[in-house]
Design a protein around this ligand. Sequence first.
Ligand code: ZN
Ligand code: ZN
Length: 462
Amino acid sequence: MDAASPTAFTMNETLLRQDCGGRLPTGLLKGAAQMFYIVDPADTTFKNPEDVPFIFRQAWPYFLAFLIVENILLWLENKPTLRLNDGITSLSHGLFQECGRLVFRGAENAAYIYVYSHFRITDLPWDSPVTWYLSVIGVDFCYYWVHRACHEVHILWAQHQVHHSSEEFNLAVGLRQSLLQGWCSFIFYLPLALFIPPSLFLTHQQFNLLYQFWIHTNTVKTLGPLEWVFNTPKHHRVHHGCNLYCLDKNYGGFLIIWDRLFGTFAEEREKEEIIYGLVYNQPTFNPLYLQVFYNNHVIEKWHQMDGWQNKLAAVWKGPSWLPGRPRLGADEDKLDIRTREKYDVKLPMWCNIYLTLHFIAVTIGFQELTVQYMGMNPFAVLGFVAYILLSLTTIGMLFDNHPNACVFELARCLMFIMYIQKKEVEVAGDLKLSILQLFFILSVCFWTLKCMKVLQIKVKIK
Ligand SMILES: [Zn+2]
Ligand SMILES: [Zn+2]
């Protein structure tokens, strides 16, 4: 039996092994080109789903390099650079999504593999460039409908809104993703499973998402004729705007042709400043809150509606829908936002340095988890992930200067020290862990004084 056949391995094996897949060809130039979907089909064609690399996770060094370049360009142009609180919140959402990937282990793709195994209508050769290019187009076409549904179906918007929750538009926003995005979208890709092999689907789904990172920037104004075919920063700025003309427009992933074909395209207006963020923006940097808060709005709308038809419509029709109005709501009921003061909390310099160092510590912890988790007990993985999510949430609360943040931070630092105490033998020989331990002990001392009101943080809230 051909090893490429999905019946040659069990689905569970595929899903688990997919996490430790292969690697992409190395080289700085190839790595950077990959961020723009400029790749050689020969280098990026894999026989089995378990051979497909974790393209998105391997790209983190490039994300950071691109972020640095973007901020140098902004600084040279005398434009506002990344705000620390908003930037770290965006990166925290990126880690939320990655943690979700560690826990779910590609389970959301099980349906795709099942449909391909049992219902495919043809066996396209997995190593043919024609299949490769067909996959590029097919995945992007489905992504258009996934993304459109995420804006036009209230319960899906409740998850996707995270991506739109920043009042800034920069590369970091490209990493601001929903933990549950994969579960919102898998069903839309199933028609592809009738003919596209799973390994090609998994590869191009990742490249498509990777391409969408660089289009979150104000540093690129226009790309001339490329604007006709490809999704670009110019088109995606419109997608992130909450001005009335920007709402429900430019859903494309890699290509913009779908928007032009299906009537959802809008050209950027040079004379109208785009205001970024949600129509009803949330004044918080707490990533956990931003991930989940909107679900309450859906539940509230459900309760407010009379009759089953209206209740169901509150869930599946557009976020702006009201009884007696069109599916996506009427323009006269929507706000046209033209100006807005951005939410900000000015913390003292030492506090920003403290939060940056702790965010780096969380990132190191996450990196450690990605290396070790395949050999770990699933409950230990869950515990590790919960600690990372708690840490990112507490960092967000501190950026908000939330009144309970210091108690949470004290508890979080104590938890880490207690955990390290249990692993004392391993710590003795590990310089990195010893430094982290000292850092957390100093943090505990500080937050104890803060909780006892011996110290205060002076802030300015806009
Ligand atoms: Zn969107
Ligand atoms: Zn975006």
